[in-house]
Write a new protein. Structure first.
Length: 125
Protein backbone atom coordinates (compact mmCIF):
# COMPACT_ATOMS: atom_id res chain seq x y z
CA UNK A 1 0.00 0.00 0.00
CA UNK A 2 1.23 3.49 -0.81
CA UNK A 3 2.57 5.95 1.75
CA UNK A 4 0.29 8.77 2.87
CA UNK A 5 0.63 12.16 4.55
CA UNK A 6 -2.47 13.28 6.44
CA UNK A 7 -3.22 16.98 6.62
CA UNK A 8 -4.04 18.94 9.78
CA UNK A 9 -7.83 18.71 9.49
CA UNK A 10 -7.80 14.93 9.77
CA UNK A 11 -7.62 13.19 13.14
CA UNK A 12 -4.01 12.34 14.01
CA UNK A 13 -5.21 9.00 15.39
CA UNK A 14 -6.26 8.03 11.83
CA UNK A 15 -2.56 7.81 10.91
CA UNK A 16 -1.96 5.43 13.80
CA UNK A 17 -4.91 3.27 12.77
CA UNK A 18 -3.62 3.14 9.19
CA UNK A 19 -0.15 2.11 10.41
CA UNK A 20 -1.72 -0.75 12.40
CA UNK A 21 -3.30 -1.87 9.11
CA UNK A 22 0.07 -1.92 7.35
CA UNK A 23 -0.03 1.50 5.69
CA UNK A 24 2.94 3.87 5.87
CA UNK A 25 0.93 6.80 7.23
CA UNK A 26 2.08 9.97 8.95
CA UNK A 27 0.14 13.00 10.18
CA UNK A 28 1.55 16.51 9.74
CA UNK A 29 1.57 16.94 13.54
CA UNK A 30 3.93 13.98 13.88
CA UNK A 31 6.55 15.61 11.66
CA UNK A 32 6.42 19.17 13.00
CA UNK A 33 4.34 20.48 10.07
CA UNK A 34 1.27 21.46 12.06
CA UNK A 35 1.46 25.06 10.83
CA UNK A 36 2.85 24.31 7.36
CA UNK A 37 1.27 25.85 4.28
CA UNK A 38 -0.56 23.75 1.71
CA UNK A 39 2.37 24.23 -0.66
CA UNK A 40 4.86 23.02 1.98
CA UNK A 41 2.76 19.95 2.71
CA UNK A 42 2.44 19.13 -0.99
CA UNK A 43 6.20 19.57 -1.42
CA UNK A 44 6.90 17.23 1.50
CA UNK A 45 4.48 14.63 0.13
CA UNK A 46 6.10 14.82 -3.30
CA UNK A 47 9.64 14.61 -1.87
CA UNK A 48 8.73 11.51 0.15
CA UNK A 49 6.59 9.92 -2.59
CA UNK A 50 3.49 10.11 -0.38
CA UNK A 51 -0.14 10.64 -1.25
CA UNK A 52 -1.52 13.71 0.48
CA UNK A 53 -4.90 13.22 2.19
CA UNK A 54 -6.85 16.31 3.18
CA UNK A 55 -10.23 17.83 3.96
CA UNK A 56 -9.12 21.12 2.36
CA UNK A 57 -10.15 21.80 -1.26
CA UNK A 58 -7.33 24.36 -1.49
CA UNK A 59 -4.93 21.47 -2.14
CA UNK A 60 -6.56 20.73 -5.50
CA UNK A 61 -6.45 24.43 -6.33
CA UNK A 62 -2.74 24.55 -5.43
CA UNK A 63 -2.12 21.59 -7.75
CA UNK A 64 -3.94 23.38 -10.57
CA UNK A 65 -1.94 26.59 -10.05
CA UNK A 66 1.39 24.76 -9.95
CA UNK A 67 0.58 22.37 -12.82
CA UNK A 68 2.30 19.66 -10.76
CA UNK A 69 2.06 16.02 -11.85
CA UNK A 70 2.72 14.80 -8.29
CA UNK A 71 1.88 14.19 -5.51
CA UNK A 72 -1.50 12.55 -5.80
CA UNK A 73 -4.06 14.11 -3.47
CA UNK A 74 -7.15 12.57 -1.91
CA UNK A 75 -9.71 15.17 -0.85
CA UNK A 76 -12.28 13.82 1.60
CA UNK A 77 -15.60 15.65 1.36
CA UNK A 78 -17.27 13.84 4.26
CA UNK A 79 -19.18 15.28 7.18
CA UNK A 80 -18.27 14.37 10.79
CA UNK A 81 -15.63 11.80 9.89
CA UNK A 82 -13.89 10.48 13.00
CA UNK A 83 -10.51 8.73 13.07
CA UNK A 84 -11.76 5.18 12.44
CA UNK A 85 -14.07 6.33 9.66
CA UNK A 86 -11.32 8.41 8.08
CA UNK A 87 -8.95 5.44 8.19
CA UNK A 88 -11.60 3.22 6.57
CA UNK A 89 -12.29 5.69 3.75
CA UNK A 90 -8.58 6.34 3.14
CA UNK A 91 -7.74 2.63 3.08
CA UNK A 92 -10.63 1.85 0.71
CA UNK A 93 -9.62 4.71 -1.61
CA UNK A 94 -5.98 3.59 -1.65
CA UNK A 95 -7.02 0.06 -2.58
CA UNK A 96 -9.63 1.00 -5.17
CA UNK A 97 -7.52 3.62 -6.96
CA UNK A 98 -4.04 2.14 -6.50
CA UNK A 99 -3.00 2.35 -10.17
CA UNK A 100 -4.39 5.85 -10.63
CA UNK A 101 -2.71 7.14 -7.45
CA UNK A 102 0.65 5.85 -8.72
CA UNK A 103 0.30 7.87 -11.93
CA UNK A 104 -0.66 11.20 -10.30
CA UNK A 105 -4.30 12.09 -9.68
CA UNK A 106 -6.54 14.35 -7.65
CA UNK A 107 -9.37 12.33 -6.15
CA UNK A 108 -12.40 13.79 -4.43
CA UNK A 109 -14.24 11.26 -2.27
CA UNK A 110 -17.67 11.93 -0.82
CA UNK A 111 -20.24 9.71 0.84
CA UNK A 112 -21.94 9.23 -2.52
CA UNK A 113 -19.17 9.10 -5.13
CA UNK A 114 -15.54 9.57 -6.05
CA UNK A 115 -14.17 11.80 -8.80
CA UNK A 116 -10.74 11.08 -10.25
CA UNK A 117 -8.82 13.66 -12.30
CA UNK A 118 -5.38 13.09 -13.80
CA UNK A 119 -2.57 15.48 -12.95
CA UNK A 120 -1.64 18.07 -13.94
CA UNK A 121 -5.01 19.69 -13.38
CA UNK A 122 -6.12 22.44 -15.73
CA UNK A 123 -4.96 25.83 -14.44
CA UNK A 124 -7.28 28.67 -13.63
CA UNK A 125 -7.24 31.77 -15.80
Amino acid sequence: MKSVLLDQGLPAFAAELLRKRGCDAVHVREIAMRDATDREILARAAAEDRICVTLDKDFHEALARSQAAFPSVILLRWQNLRAAGAADVIEATLRRYDAELRSGVAITVSERAARVRRLPLPGRE
